[in-house]
Ligand binder design. Structure first.
Ligand code: ATP
Ligand code: MG
Length: 275
């Protein structure tokens, strides 16, 4: 007799309304590494820029009938149609983002009784099916980000550590998370993730200390600056596939291990695969 395994799905939002701080890169590269560990991963692209979809999707977002935009405004039965299992990354499925998401925000506000809880409602049937769902968010604190945070069990806040403005606005984000906890009391902060970090640089050290001070929790893995990040996006692949020995590839692998341990996710594959 076969046993049915019900997974304890974790939902991880990657959020910071500061543009270009590394949200999409974190979602894509962390998904790739988690998929390589044998976990079943779903990426939900809530950004109208659809950068995560352009990176890991095999189709263009404009060709997709049910993206996040349509899913948010439709009935639940559209959900299976929204999930594309065939992506550029092993074990990673995708609900595409789309330019339409900009308009969706207005429609949610006008036509739904609880506009920030639609994604949570739409992802509910997937709880138990995936090990982890990663949500990419746009550079704003409006409804799309609120929906991601209201649907999430955990949040990672990427911070550009090489920039003196890396922490600008982060207190607004922390307040926003507190506001969301009124509808999603279980939302837990996994921590700030320092991106483009170089410990030899004074500015990085200063931003690191300030991040700990203002956010309260730092992820012990730090992502260095690397041209491999953009190369991977152009090649629509993981950094691991481009250069698995690079420091940035190793740090994303470490990040995946840290996430699995911290969230209690069971790894089924040894990643020391030499690919
Ligand atoms: N560690 C890194 N080293 C070098 N370049 C990086 C690194 N991380 C991100 N980048 C580059 O910085 C830019 C912004 O990264 P990314 O798209 O991940 O940020 P984002 O927060 O998703 O942006 P947006 O707010 O527009 O959605 C991209 O061009 C990306 O290639
Ligand atoms: Mg992005």
């Amino acid at each position: 007799m076969s046993t049915i395994v019900i997974k304890q799905t974790k939902v991880l939002a990657v959020a910071n309304h500061k543009g270009g701080c590394g949200k999409t890169t974190t979602v894509v590269q962390l998904s790739a590494e988690l998929g390589k560990l044998g976990l079943s991963v779903l990426v939900v692209d809530m950004d109208p820029q659809a950068n995560a979809s352009l990176h890991i999707g095999k189709k263009h977002p404009s060709e997709i009938a049910i993206t996040c935009a349509e899913l948010l405004l439709s009935e639940l039965e559209k959900l299976p149609q929204a999930i594309d299992e065939d992506t550029m990354l092993e074990n990673v499925s995708l609900i595409y983002g789309s330019l339409e998401l900009g308009r969706t925000e207005d429609e949610l506000r006008e036509h739904t009784p609880r506009p920030s809880e639609e994604l949570r409602h739409k992802l509910k049937p997937l709880m138990g099916l995936f090990d982890i769902i990663l949500i990419d968010t746009p550079p704003s604190l409006k409804l799309l980000t609120s929906n991601a945070l209201a649907a999430a069990t955990h949040v990672i806040i990427p911070i550009e550590s090489g920039s003196q403005y890396g922490l600008y606005g982060v207190s607004d984000l922390m307040r926003h998370c507190d506001k969301i906890r009124k509808v999603n009391p279980d939302l837990e902060l996994l921590g700030a993730l320092l991106i483009r970090h170089d410990e030899r640089q004074t500015v990085c050290k200063l931003v690191e200390n300030a991040a700990l001070d203002q956010i309260g929790r730092l992820i012990p893995i730090k992502i260095p600056t690397s041209t491999k990040v953009a190369q991977a996006a152009i090649a629509q692949s993981s950094i691991h596939a481009i250069d698995r020995t690079s420091k940035v590839a190793r740090e994303f692998k470490e990040l995946a291990r840290w996430v699995t341990q911290t969230l209690g996710l069971k790894v089924t594959k040894d990643h020391a695969d030499g690919e």
